[in-house]
Design a binder for this molecule. Structure first.
Ligand SMILES: [Ca+2]
Length: 359
């Protein structure tokens, strides 16, 4: 259905112009891509120049050309929308600060890095807020587990770490964020212009006003902070109202669960198992692969038995005075598909478990 819908908009726009006797009534927050009595002009007949912050920006012009050619967007409407997009220099500065460098070697630990990270998320207030969310959306969480095989604690953990269950979903206009990163940030322009393309398609399909949607400075949206590409691939209409709305908690619950199902979540599998012992000489992280026997030879034993032939990753968490080692199982890796970070994945899981235990 989704793929079919993506192929149809050009046809839908044409038929909207030719078959409707009257223009659609104006809505107070109308979608600028729909209605308003606009003409679908041949590209060669629309010569208006892009104004606003991205005027004379060649990447923006090329993007508009592509959207007209590939997806049948109305050039004038795209000009109208993108002329209202703001170039936000602070986003470029933030992205540069987060850019990977080749000298990421941190200070010699242990210095408590994991304790500090965990304490941002696993707090009594946060756990209580998670309990309230779980109780309120219990039915949707159970239905998501039944449909996708992903348990409530993982969905609750993700939405908690991402947005504190909808409290912090971002206030940046998505259009401004994605236009800035597409047209004025060459290092990631290819990725972000793909996201902007998908974002505008989403707005058209879902009848959202692209000038109104807000989220993170990188363009992540809603309860689960989906990028537009994640919306396209994994978001679902889980409350059955005919629209996929990332700002609707029930749609977000189904979409997060679907994301995990598609990223290899193993139903009823655990996430990680703590180890007794220390293995300072071994490389660690979610990308590492060891057999349980290899780790036993290095001096680690699991606190609960693991299949000896199982492939695991070795996880190492800085507890301040020592390192805590864990066997990372496939479901730990699945959580890192949401955000490629050992700390992130462990915090999601432990927050979800803390909320579960507090219910
Ligand atoms: Ca929905």
């Amino acid at each position: 259905m989704r793929y079919l819908a993506l192929l149809l908009p050009a046809v839908a726009l044409l038929s909207a112009c030719s078959s409707q006797p009257k223009p659609a009534p104006a809505e107070p927050h109308g979608n600028p891509f729909k209605g308003n009595g606009g003409f679908l002009l041949e590209p060669s007949h629309s010569g208006a120049v892009l104004g606003g912050d991205f005027a004379n920006n060649q990447a923006a012009e090329a993007f508009i050309d592509k959207m007209v050619r590939k997806h049948g967007f109305d050039r004038q409407q795209l000009h109208n929308v993108l002329a209202q997009a703001k170039n936000l220099d602070w986003i470029v500065r933030l992205m540069d600060r987060q850019a990977p460098t080749t000298t990421t070697q941190g200070p010699v630990g242990p210095n408590g890095a994991w304790i500090r990270y965990r304490s941002k998320f696993i707090t009594p207030d946060n756990v209580q807020n998670g309990v309230a969310f779980w109780n309120q959306y219990q039915d949707a969480l159970q239905r998501a587990e039944k449909t996708y095989g992903v348990p409530p604690e993982i969905i609750v953990g993700i939405i908690g770490v991402e947005t504190r269950w909808g409290r912090v979903m971002g206030k940046t206009r998505i259009l401004d964020a994605l236009a800035t990163l597409s047209f004025n940030y060459p290092r990631r322009a290819e990725y972000f212009s793909g996201e902007l393309e998908t974002f505008l398609l989403m707005a058209r399909e879902e009848d959202d006003d692209p000038l109104e949607l807000r989220g993170s400075f990188a363009g992540a949206m809603g309860y689960g902070q989906f990028m537009p590409s994640a919306f396209k691939q994994y978001a679902v209409d889980f409350n059955g109202d005919g629209h996929i709305n990332l700002w609707d908690p029930v749609d977000a619950i189904g979409s997060v669960a679907h994301y995990f199902q598609e990223h290899g979540w193993l139903t009823n599998g655990t996430v990680a198992v703590e180890a007794n012992g220390q293995a300072p000489g071994l490389e660690s992280g979610f990308k590492t692969r060891y057999t349980v026997a290899q780790l036993a030879a290095a001096g680690l034993t699991p606190v609960i038995p693991l299949d000896n032939n199982q492939q695991v990753s070795l996880l190492k968490f800085d507890m301040g005075t020592r390192y805590q080692y864990w066997y990372g199982l496939p479901n730990f890796y699945a959580i890192t598909r949401y955000n490629h970070s050992n700390h992130y994945a462990m915090a999601v899981w432990q927050l979800g478990l803390a909320v579960k235990q507090a219910r």
